[in-house]
Design a protein around this ligand. Structure first.
Ligand code: HEC
Length: 160
């Protein structure tokens, strides 16, 4: 069978069936696969852990009778210590990930958001040290949540 008849016969139809599968697999991996750039991966992994820590603390804030001072303290300390770490991974402008262009075009604004997070996270950590109830940490917890959100508004691409 020549190349040409092969192309016209069953092989063509096989290809046209297989193609949509290949395309959707590629789209999935673009959205959910691990990013190949090490800076993007490092900062996304950190932010994911922050999301988990905020989730653990947020559940207690929502249901104050579940407040566990040791667990809350641990999460707040983790966040306060880790809050300085993602920013060096934003230096390379070609490592875009889900960052908006404003991270680099408005570097001062981005830096000030990152500094604000470090400040409010350390205030939350300080409040958590002697906290006996949600009331002792609620305002500081909300300030941290506000800081995450404020930075994401301008500097993180919106989720689909
Ligand atoms: C100074 C800005 C800034 C602050 C503050 C900030 N983030 Fe982010 N965050 C970003 C940017 C930019 C991205 C996109 C990173 C990327 O894809 O490369 C991001 C991404 C994320 C992601 C998605 C990670 C992924 O897997 O793609 C989560 C979750 C997240 N942030 C949680 C948080 C939480 C929780 C806080 C607060 C405790 C926080 N962020 C504070 C800028 C910030």
């Amino acid at each position: 069978m020549s190349f040409f008849t092969d192309l016209l016969s069953n092989n063509t139809s096989k290809k046209s069936l297989a193609l949509p599968l290949v395309i959707s697999a590629a789209l999935l991996s673009a959205c959910n696969g691990a990013p190949s750039n090490p800076d993007v991966k490092a900062r996304q992994d950190m932010m994911k852990n922050w999301g988990d820590a905020m989730g653990v603390m947020g559940d207690m804030v929502k249901a104050p009778d579940t407040f566990d001072p040791e667990v809350f303290k641990e999460q707040a300390a983790f966040l306060a210590n880790d809050a300085k770490n993602p920013w060096p991974h934003f230096e390379d402008e070609s490592a875009v990930g889900h960052a908006t262009k404003a991270v680099w075009s408005d570097a001062d604004g981005f830096r000030s958001e990152s500094e604000n997070l470090q400040k409010v996270a350390s205030e939350l950590n300080a409040a958590a040290q002697n906290a006996t109830s949600v009331a002792d940490v609620e305002a500081e917890f909300k300030a941290v949540g506000g800081s995450c959100k404020s930075c994401h508004t301008d500097y993180k691409v919106k989720d689909d």
